[in-house]
Every structure is written in C-alpha cells, then in structure tokens.
Design a protein around this ligand. Sequence first.
Ligand code: IPM
Ligand code: MG
Length: 353
Amino acid sequence: MGKKIAVLPGDGIGPEITAQAVRVVEALGLGIGMAEAPVGGAGYDAAGDPLPAETFKLCEASDAILFGAVGGPKYDTLPRPQRPEQGLLRLRKHFDLYANLRPAIVYPELAHASSLKAEVVAGLDLLILRELTGDIYFGQPRGVRTNEKGEREGFDTMRYTEGEIRRIAKTAFEAARKRSRRVCSVDKANVLETTQFWRDVVTEVHKDYADVELSHMYVDNAAMQLVRNPKQFDVIVTGNMFGDILSDEASMLTGSIGMLPSASLNAMGFGMYEPIHGSAPDIAGKGVANPLATILSAAMLMRYSLGQEAAACRIEAAVRKVLAQGYRTADITEPGCRQVGTVAMGDAVLAAL
Ligand code: IPM
Ligand code: MG
C-alpha cells in the first residue's frame, strides 16, 4: 500500500515552507500520498482547537507527519489550552515522540554565515538528541496559586522517570555508534535532583555501550562550550528544556536557524518532522523565508519513517548542490550570491534533484 504523509503547515511562514517540501516529495516520484490539515493557530481559527479532531485523525491514519510551525502574536492571549503550541505538544505526547533528533551541520558554503569565526564552525557535525515528552514541559502539578502567605506564585514540576531516561540514553548511544562514538550528557546535577538522577541513569545505561565514550557536562558550561569550541561534541543528549535552549543556540553555529531540520520519533519509528525554527510572524507571507530546514526535515522523514534512504540522500545532495551553486535566502545572504525567495529556492532544489 502507498505511504501517506500528514502535512500540517500551521501558522506564519509554516504554509510557505511546507509547500516547498511537498513539491520536493512529489518530485521524488515515489507515489507518496499527502494530505493537509490545520494545526496551531490555523486549527484554532478553523475549529476552535489547536489540534482539531480531523487533523488528529489524519495523523493517526498516516505513516508520518510533516509539520511547519505554529504560533503568532494573534494567539498569545488565548487561554493556554487553546494556544497554538498546545497542538504541537499534544502531538508529541500522544504519539510518544520522545526522541528528538536535531542535527547541526555546517555546510562549507555557510561557514562564513555563522556569527562565530568560520574556523570555529567549519566542518561541524553535531547531533543534539533532546528528550521530548517529559521534563518540566509536561510535569504535574503546575500552575499559579496563592500560597500560605497570601502571595501569588507560579510553579512547574521537573520530573523524569527511570524508563524515560533509559530509552533516550539508549537512543543516544545507538546514534553515537553510527557516528564518532562520543556522547555528552548535559544536566544540572550540581543543583537539580531530577538531573542528578538523569546523570546516574545515563551512567548505568552506558555499561551496555562500553565502545561509546560518555562524558557529562553542566548545562551552563555546555552553553558556553557550544560557542567556544563546538567541534568537541559528537552527540549531545539532554532533557526537554535544556535541549530546547541548546538546539536554538546550536542552530546559529550553522549560519541560520533556517537550516536546521528535526525528527521526533517514537519506539515504533513513527515520526513527526519539522524545522526547528518557529513561525516567524515578522516575515510571514512575504515569500522570503528559507524553506531548506523543512526540505531537510522531509529528507529525515524519508530516512526514518519511510525507509527511503536513497530518497533522503537525494534530497540532501540537492540542498548541498543549491548552496554550492550560490542560491541563498535572505537569512544566509552574502555579497555576490544568487539571492532568492522561498519559491525560487524550492525551484532550485527541484532542479538539483
Ligand atoms: C521547539 C519549539 C517548541 C518547544 C515550542 C513551539 C512549544 O520551541 O520545537 O523547539 O519549546 O519545544
Ligand atoms: Mg525551541
């Protein structure tokens, strides 16, 4: 039976960038079915819910999800359950997409586009593995209450179960085996109980992976080391919140947040694929957004959920080719390049396929 992808463009630049990824998937000629549905603010506008029932059903009936981006100022004052981000978080939780792969690769042509010196980032190939369904993002209880002294206070709960830590640690060691066999686990064990426990469990799991080198680093130091000497890292494994922050930081090493794809996988290999950047309301609708992170996310989808390694490599090679040919969107522009908009970048990738 033909494979099916649920395409959820979302808000802001989401529809523009996913449209280019859809064209690329169609051009592969693999007969993959694709159907679109609203999510995030678009879901709220269409059905009063950031994850409408119809959208949810479409995802359940598909082999993978291609996701654009959600959020926008228009929705920031809605009650939390209706906010666009809840559509994304509910999808992650429902499908148990605990393993979030965020590779940060510096293409030779873009080394100069980084805010760091080219020699610091040239050749960088880093995998951030972010745990995606636990931590303070989902821990209960949470809320705002009035305490014993009659003062209002906000609170969230950071928590991780042993099982949650074990499975992401395994994913990290397995991934490292296909790379340079080095894992750095990032925590805040000097202060937080949850992350001391994280460190202990990762160390236990490591006993089964003696061929992989394991190191531990506090998150503040990791944030500093990422800009001091990012090439010291191979695989970074960390919790949900630290991973959110460090992956945005790592994206700038590559020149632009518009270049970073991601895959969020469950134990069965079902996955959701999305650029790590947001909906960028400031440039939405202008046709200038960089579609490459989404196109590269489609490549990851081919690889991890559809078992189409050759198609994934084709897409990645096409992206490398357009960069080598000098095509640049505004976020990675440079003197003498061929500056193009979103659709023309999609055209160039199609031509390179
Ligand atoms: C990300 C985003 C999301 C997150 C938001 C939109 C909820 O920042 O995927 O990194 O915090 O996980
Ligand atoms: Mg983020």
